[in-house]
Design a protein around this ligand. Structure first.
Ligand code: ADP
Length: 304
């Protein structure tokens, strides 16, 4: 999706800057920056905006063979309105967009190509019936093929009510090995109103191996059958919170692909979340592998 950022109130106009945005693309870029092979599967418009999305992904080293150009539908747009210095408002123009027309047939070939991990966000199933079917099909097929399925709940209140999200996402979580959620999203993959302990117990019973709970500037918790690990956030100056969760996911999946143990996976996740909030943009500030220790190595300051 294309995001258009304002530097002030939208109603008075002024310049907008154009960026690639999207939960799954953010995760794919985070992984590619760290040197992993990552590909994004989806639909983009067959115009300059679709071309922009493809060029950004290619520039970041993300595979685009599984991207379909849709000649009949426009690009999905998101306005990020900097209404005040402290308040950014989001406005979607994505109903009927190319991305929302994702279909089961779009994901068959990329799935057949194989991968070690399939990452899904809870946003895609919110976009349309066909996108929801495609996400469910992908999760089912990947799990059956022994691929690790990762699901970030990523609830977006502007896209669907909680009950509808739960009806789609709770079954999806049954195919996942890794479930990622904020504290207030956990009951969307459990019974309504379930607390963290109950939701986590239910997920682990259904075969999920790791439940990651993102806590913003307080860090994160990771639940497994062996118990819970907690990690504080890396102290940084936060300038833009957007994209922190996706960066966290990319860091965790990178650690998973590298075969790190749970605490080190969590460390990398928390480090990437910190990188994301220290730079403007969803993914622009994410580190290359040789930069991983920039925030966590010696005390911050000038690196000579
Ligand atoms: P989301 O973007 O999905 O709401 P969070 O805000 O919980 O996710 O952020 C994800 C992770 O990013 C957190 O678990 C934390 O490790 C890191 N993070 C978020 N905010 C900050 C911050 N202000 N300072 C340092 N790290 C942060």
């Amino acid at each position: 999706m294309v995001s258009l950022r304002s530097s002030g109130p939208l109603a008075v106009g002024g310049p907008l800057t154009m960026h690639l945005a999207g939960a799954e693309t953010n995760v794919a870029i985070g992984l590619a920056r760290l040197g992993h092979r990552a590909a994004w599967v989806g639909r983009v418009s067959d115009d300059e905006l679709g071309e922009f999305v493809l060029r950004q992904l290619r520039a970041e080293g993300v595979g685009t063979d599984g991207v379909r150009r849709d000649p009949d539908r426009p690009a999905g747009l998101m306005f990020l309105e900097r209404r005040t210095a402290d308040l950014t408002r989001v406005r979607y123009h994505r109903a009927g967009s190319a991305g929302s027309a994702l279909h089961v047939d779009d994901v068959r070939a990329p799935l057949a190509a194989g991968a070690r991990v399939l990452h899904l966000s809870g946003i895609t199933p919110a976009l349309s019936d066909s996108a929801r079917e495609a996400a469910a099909f992908a999760a089912r097929a990947a799990a059956a093929a022994g691929v690790t399925v990762s699901l970030d709940v990523n609830y977006r209140a502007r896209l669907w009510p909680r009950a509808a999200a739960r009806a789609a996402l709770a079954p999806l979580a049954g195919y996942a090995s890794i479930v990622i959620a904020s504290e207030d999203e956990l009951d969307l993959v459990a019974d309504p109103g379930a607390d963290e302990a109950t939701a986590v117990a239910g997920l682990l019973r259904r075969g999920v191996r790791t439940v990651l709970v993102k806590l913003g500037s307080a860090g994160a918790r990771a639940h497994t059958r062996d118990g819970v690990e907690r990690l504080a956030a890396v102290p940084v100056t936060a300038v833009d919170p957007v994209g922190a969760g996706d960066a966290f996911t990319a860091g965790y999946l990178s650690g998973h692909l590298d075969g790190l143990d749970l605490v080190d996976r969590l460390r990398r996740a928390v480090a990437l979340g910190a990188f994301a909030v220290t730079a403007r943009g969803d993914w622009e500030g994410l580190p290359r592998r040789d930069e991983l220790s920039l925030l966590t190595g010696n005390a911050a300051g000038t690196t000579l």
